[in-house]
Design a protein around this ligand. Structure first.
Ligand code: HEC
Ligand code: HEC
Length: 235
């Protein structure tokens, strides 16, 4: 008889093989199936036992999506569009906010370290550190889909260079999953990225036409603080 341990690697959910937890007889001509609920596989149904090994880069999406579809994860459209625009939505983008397993000597081996906390680190240039407002969601097993709903996992990031005004002051709180505040285009490769001697970098602010730098900075500050512009006093 072949029986599987029900909580593989201390998975919070009971694992099943071919939708069953019952031991089954060994046979020389087995019909192979898949497992579910295993934490190493991010609780997704696994590939069928005996199928070909995973390869880069498509294999990255076998357990969790690359990137996941929740929060402000980079995408071509929707809430994560800005992150997608600047960093792309491929496996290379992960390193902006996590460690990048893409570059690991064995890129798939991190699945076996499940049980540790999820690593969120903002050390991809131009960031050099930052904070996440819901650290409890990063602790194991809270980040697994069966433990915390996607919308409840979303917190705010703070002290990020990308979300400052480019002068390392007035860092903006940014909610993972919340709406994007308007800010100028920041090229991914150069830092500091916002030119301050010309109006060039300001042209991409929705609704704000190009104008001399001093004026547009004042407007940006007011947009950020949501203070209405003063009206002209009556003459
Ligand atoms: C802009 C920052 C950012 C980028 C880029 C990013 N992540 Fe995340 N990721 C987060 C934050 C913040 C969380 C924690 C909130 C949460 O669990 O949803 C998270 C959570 C996760 C989780 C936990 C489960 C889930 O669905 O949230 C996985 C898995 C993950 N990221 C994988 C990736 C992969 C793979 C990539 C690259 C393809 C990537 N992330 C790129 C910010 C980012
Ligand atoms: C066999 C399942 C599986 C595959 C395939 C997989 N991952 Fe993961 N991934 C996980 C698990 C489980 C975690 C949760 C962290 C942990 O405990 O290892 C994770 C977490 C992550 C995170 C969040 C940062 C962290 O380590 O905490 C990133 C980024 C990530 N994976 C990227 C990738 C990339 C890139 C690939 C492709 C090279 C990939 N993953 C393939 C299972 C997988």
């Amino acid at each position: 008889m072949i029986g599987l341990s029900s909580n593989i690697k201390n998975s919070p959910q009971a694992a099943t093989y071919k939708n069953s937890t019952t031991p089954f007889p060994q046979t020389p001509t087995p019909s192979l199936g898949a497992c579910t609920n295993v934490n190493c596989h991010f609780e997704k149904e696994t590939p069928v036992w005996g199928s070909a090994g995973l390869t880069l880069e498509t294999g990255c999406g076998t357990c969790h999506d690359t990137p996941p579809a929740d929060g402000n994860h980079p995408t071509a459209s929707g809430p994560g569009k800005k992150h997608g625009d600047y960093y792309g939505a491929g496996s290379g983008s992960c390193g902006i906010c996590h460690v990048s397993h893409f570059a690991d000597a064995n890129p798939f081996s991190h699945a076996t370290s499940v049980g540790r906390n999820l690593i969120l680190s903002f050390n991809g240039a131009p960031n050099s550190g930052g904070d996440y407002g819901k650290p409890q969601n990063l602790s194991y097993p809270n980040y697994l889909p069966s433990r915390t709903r996607a919308e409840d996992r979303n917190g705010s990031c703070s002290n990020l260079y990308c979300h400052s005004d480019g002068r390392r002051e007035l860092p903006k709180l940014h909610r993972h999953g919340g709406p994007h505040s308007p800010h100028p285009a920041i090229p991914a490769t150069t830092a500091p990225a916002i030119p301050r001697t010309s109006a060039a970098g300001m042209e991409s602010i929705p609704g704000v036409p190009a104008m001399p730098i001093a004026v547009s900075v004042v407007i940006r500050r007011r947009q950020a603080a949501a203070i209405p512009l003063p009206t002209k006093p009556a003459m």
